[in-house]
Design a protein around this ligand. Sequence first.
Ligand code: GRF
Length: 187
Amino acid sequence: MVKRNTCVFISGNGSNLKNLIFHSRDNIFPIKISLIISNNRKANGLIYAKKYKIPFILINTNFKNYENKILFNLRKYNIEFICLAGYMKILSNSLIQNFQKKIINIHPSLLPKFKGLNTFSRMLKNKEIKAGCTVHYVNEKLDAGNTIVQKTFFINKNDNEQILKKKTQKLEYRAFPEAIIKIFRNF
Ligand code: GRF
């Protein structure tokens, strides 16, 4: 099987990155992680880049033309597909247009509910019955592209933010690979 050269963007912990690396080492998984981009040089996720010898690029989003560096490297590594895994920056329209329908993101809520940050505290405040995660295409609007995979669980009355995060991430580790398989099954 021809694996698609994929870049994963991170900003922090990188547990989804680690999970994707694990899956991508399977011969029949449709992507190869060829590049990792982080806007945070202290991102814990970079340890996985080093451990698994995957090239990584650090970008400084304070520089005006930082997206040129991103585009340059995406071309250099022949990147065909992009996964945002806890990347805390909004991509520019031009980057999104360059990779139409080829960028996906994982979000810790049942979109279209709770777009943006602090999803768990808002869910609890709102007395939601269900929580979960969504893998969706990235378009020009925040957390608004078409859903690829969504996974749900019921919130218990004792669940706090930390517990919700833990339960959500457990589902994310299934949802992200499932979404990737689903996308490339239709190619
Ligand atoms: C995930 O929970 C994801 O939903 C959100 O950011 C978090 C990243 O976690 N977009 P990690 O860095 O993959 O551990």
